[in-house]
Design a protein around this ligand. Structure first.
Ligand code: BES
Ligand code: ZN
Length: 881
């Protein structure tokens, strides 16, 4: 904890550290209740620091048990110490060595930050500010040092001892039941990338030869019994390593790359140098326990953490305001990797769906912040969809504006110029400005201004003149602390579709700079004229979602359905259909509030039918086209006075209408997508399952009992988790007769597999039934549930709060109260997890007045508590602002 917890950290207050630490020698002697950490730091005053300036080191909950400077024990007056701070009053003017001993209690560490034990395995998590829970240090990302780590533990308790970098030496400690290992990491790094692991773990090994000829030992460490579930993770790792060489020219730089899977972990995974630590959910996969989505998730997370080795580790952040420098860029890189491994179009649609469902609501509510924030109370609360997903979009826009070649040249320059440094967004952008010659000053506003720009487009076609005029109007609403906004530099990728489905090429474009088919939109109102056209085109705007904006075009339903069937850009085909569906769902919601029956226009029904049956399209793409926007998406588009029950009723009726109107087509395609071959997680097979299971959802929610029955058959016949869980979800959410028996059978089968039980918790927590809240309450007492494990908590309570619109937002307020109470208790144990859970409240102001009042009361009740963590208080107070 920071000394004055109410004082925010500001970007403008950044100062380089007064002292430098060049080397760190750690000697860690492990025991469950008492681990001793000796840290020997080589320190030096920075040249612009006045001699005699005190050295102030960060701590968090630390107990100092010894301290000496240049080999001499310090006297009382030479230092002051508190759990969160160690000050050396007057350090030597020249280089000196500080030796600090702290004593930790890993078993008591429920925050899962610093050194803790998970299922008997010692592990660490240091990002963002966890290293200060291990020893006193300059715990900031611009303090880069070379680490040597000696780890010692009882052989029986921890036969495996792992650290950063390369192994140097290991052996028994003579005359004891203990042993040790020494690791050395030659690459200077910030403390947040430090890690160690010690435990009784099984190891799965492989190797990789880099393009530079280095032989790298690859190891994945898991709990005994899970060795058979690592193949996919290992395969993903090797493909990531090769891809980074081929696409970014980046090779691995150590002799070993270790991954450890642990079951108690706040986040998905962590990129510690040479020793990635993973939530086991992102390592372990067997057809029997993991869905296709899990396989894809593992591939992404493995790639992401591996890619950090260059974007994050070799080049790190100067301060935490620059978090998007590593996270946004690395998400962009993992997105590109997955696009190359699978279908680019399908991947782009999935990423945009995620952006719209997670980042857009954040940007539209009280928690809105810029991709690079200027102020924080608690950095843990800024690992957000905005920093990550919008941060990745900003990199993607940059590539779109300057073109592929200049982008690669800019990346190369960035790696060459800043290798080994802790740097900033400005330095990153300067590389692309130099490589492309494009002025990026206005573009840099994407890092500064919060909120999703609205981009309105009006079109006029003059037949005689053969001219299309598009008028772009951009608007950016005020957001917390940003009342006035400047116009942004928006890349709009565009195509003009002719009547016969061919692209039309205009003779000239005036009114905007272009890069290939990308328009540069830079002013509040910008008129772009396409001349030399021989027929009226339908403009296909914002192809590939070339900018994270909310597009409002004047295209009518028939133009959009034309694009849905004909656009050359697959993303826009999907988007065009979605936008027609969204308009219809919003109208249906208004109707539902007036108790009107929902009808679906014949043209829309026809578009769905055409899609289901179109064998020229890949199944995964068809599946995405058939998936209706979620209830939260509809609520977001409505934007104010939302009644979640009306949204739910409208969406349910809409889905039933489609299911009933095109039942034979659905049924026939469902049958055609059946695969007899053995399960394989590849993209093609996964796509067929995705389409089949999307159709199953319609079958289960339609009126035809025979269709409903297929869901039960699907469940009974399933031989892999993807199909089994898809059927269980439909049975549960449609409340079909076989539901209880299926839930019981699943529980019986998987009771000893925690990750599979998470799905069981989740499917029940997201059921749109009025009994769900009570059921969730009961499930907190289930033997497989544990409030101390972040995966369990997310699966049950997190899923209810963030994945169940109608029941979390119950009209009587009991959903809000339940989540607020749970988060309040969780906060005492794990503030980071509790604060994350509370982000479910981020859209409370958009609710209708009754629910809004209940949500506000729940938030105010929390705000009145006196002993909230900094994490929780920050979220609760910003929600109320
Ligand atoms: N550096 C983060 C892990 C992290 C996040 C540490 C927050 C401390 C606080 C890691 O690289 C990461 O971003 N992990 C993501 C998954 C990734 C695929 C986006 C995660 O953990 O969710
Ligand atoms: Zn990351």
């Amino acid at each position: 904890m920071r000394p004055d917890t109410s004082a925010p950290v500001r970007l403008e207050d950044y100062r380089a550290p007064a002292y430098r630490i060049s080397t760190v020698h750690l000697d860690i002697r492990l025991a469950p209740r008492s681990a001793k950490v000796r840290a020997r730091l080589a320190l030096e005053r920075a040249s612009d620091t006045a001699p005699g300036t005190p050295l102030v080191l960060d701590g968090d909950d630390l107990r100092l048990t010894a301290l000496s400077l240049d080999g001499r024990v310090l006297a009382d007056g030479d230092y002051t110490v508190a759990p969160d701070r160690l000050e050396i009053v007057s350090p030597p003017t020249g280089p000196f060595t500080l030796e600090i001993e702290t004593t930790l209690d890993p078993d008591a560490n429920t925050k899962l930050m610093g050194l803790y034990r998970s299922n008997g395995t010692y592990c660490t998590q240091c990002e963002a500010e966890g290293f200060r829970r291990i020893t006193y240090f300059l715990d900031r990302p611009d303090c880069l040092a070379v680490y040597t780590t000696r780890i010692e533990a009882r052989v029986g308790e921890a036969p495996v001892l792992l650290g950063n970098g390369n192994p140097v030496e290991s052996g028994p400690v003579p005359g004891t039941d203990r042993h040790y290992a020494i690791w050395h990491d030659p690459h200077p790094k910030p403390a947040y990338l430090f890690a160690m692991v010690a435990g009784d773990l099984a190891c799965v090994s492989d190797s990789f030869r880099t393009c530079e000829g280095r032989d790298v030992a690859l190891n994945i460490y898991v709990e005994h019994g899970n060795e058979g579930a690592c193949d996919w993770a290992m395969d993903s790792l090797k493909r990531s390593m090769r891809w980074d060489e081929e696409v970014f020219g980046r090779a691995y730089d150590l002799d070993v790359f270790n991954i450890v899977a642990v079951s108690d972990f706040n986040m998905g995974a962590m990129e510690n140098k040479g020793l990635n630590i993973f939530n086991d959910k992102y390592v372990l996969a067997r057809p029997e326990t993991a869905t296709d989505q899990d396989y894809a998730g593992i591939e992404t997370v493995i790639a992401h953490e591996y890619f950090h080795n260059w974007t994050g580790n070799r080049i790190t952040c100067r301060d935490w305001f620059q978090l998007c420098l590593k996270e946004g860029l690395t998400v962009f890189r993992d997105q590109e990797f997955s696009a190359d491994m699978r279908s680019r179009a399908v991947k782009r649609i999935a990423d945009v769906r995620l952006l719209k469902s997670h980042q857009f609501p954040e940007d539209a509510g009280p928690l809105a912040h810029p991709v690079r924030p200027r102020l924080y109370h608690e950095i843990n609360n800024f690992y957000t969809a905005t920093v990550y997903e919008k941060g990745a979009e900003v990199v993607r826009m940059l590539k779109c504006l300057i073109g592929d070649e200049a982008f690669r040249a800019g990346m190369d320059l960035y790696f060459r110029r800043h290798d080994g440094e802790a740097t900033t967004i400005e330095a990153f952008l300067a590389c692309f400005q130099e490589a492309s010659g494009l002025d990026l000053e206005q573009f840099a506003l994407w890092y500064e201004q919060a909120g999703t720009p609205v981009l309105k487009v009006d079109s006029v076609y003059e037949k005689e003149a053969g001219r299309l005029t598009l008028t772009f109007r951009q608007q950016l609403a005020p957001s917390p602390k940003q009342p006035d906004k400047k116009p942004m530099h928006i890349p709009v990728r565009i195509g003009l579709m002719g009547e016969n489905g061919e692209e039309l090429a205009p003779a000239a474009i005036t009114g905007a700079d272009t890069t290939g088919d990308v328009l540069h939109i830079r002013t509040p109102v910008q008129t772009v004229v396409f001349s030399g056209l021989t027929e009226r085109p339908v403009p296909s705007l914002l192809r590939g979602f070339s900018a994270p904006v909310s597009l409002k075009s004047d295209l009518n339903e028939s133009d959009l359905l034309f694009l849905a069937a004909n656009d050359k850009d697959p993303f826009n085909r999907w988007e065009a259909l979605q936008s027609v569906v969204m308009t219809a769902l919003i109208a249906a919601t208004a109707g539902a509030a007036r108790q009107e029956a929902v009808t679906v226009s014949p043209a829309l029904i026809a578009a769905f039918a055409a899609n289901v049956a179109d064998e020229s399209l890949e199944p995964a793409f068809r599946a995405l086209c058939l998936q209706l926007p979620g209830e939260a998406d509809i609520a977001r588009e409505i934007g104010h006075d939302v009644d979640p029950d009306a949204v739910h009723a409208a969406r349910t009726a809409f889905r039933r209408a489609i299911a009933d109107d095109i039942a034979p087509t659905i049924r026939a395609t469902y049958e055609a997508m059946r695969d007899e071959a053995e399960f394989s997680p590849d993209a093609r097979s996964a796509g067929r399952r995705a389409l089949r299971n999307t159709l199953l959802d319609y079958l289960g929610h339609g009126s035809d009992p025979a269709g409903n029955l297929l869901v039960q058959t699907h469940f009974d016949a399933s031989d892999n988790m993807t199909d089994r869980f898809a059927a269980l979800s439909v049975l549960t959410h449609a409340a079909l007769p076989g539901r209880d028996a299926a839930l019981a059978a699943y529980e019986e089968r998987y009771r000893a597999v925690p990750l599979a039980m998470d799905k069981w918790f989740m499917v029940q927590a997201t059921a749109p039934a009025s009994s769900t809240l009570e059921r969730v309450r009961q499930l907190t007492d289930h033997p497989a549930f544990s409030a101390g494990n972040p995966n369990r908590v997310r699966a049950l309570i997190g899923a209810f709060a963030s994945g169940n619109q109608s029941q979390f937002n119950r009209a009587d307020g009991s959903g809000f109260d339940f989540v607020a109470d749970f988060a309040r208790d969780l906060d005492r144990r794990n503030p980071q997890a509790a604060a994350r859970m509370m982000s479910a409240f981020r859209s409370w102001r958009a609710l209708e007045p009754g629910r809004r009042a209940h949500a506000e009361a729940a938030l105010r009740r929390l705000a009145a508590e006196t002993d909230l963590s900094v994490d929780m208080r920050d979220i609760v107070e910003r929600c109320l602002q």
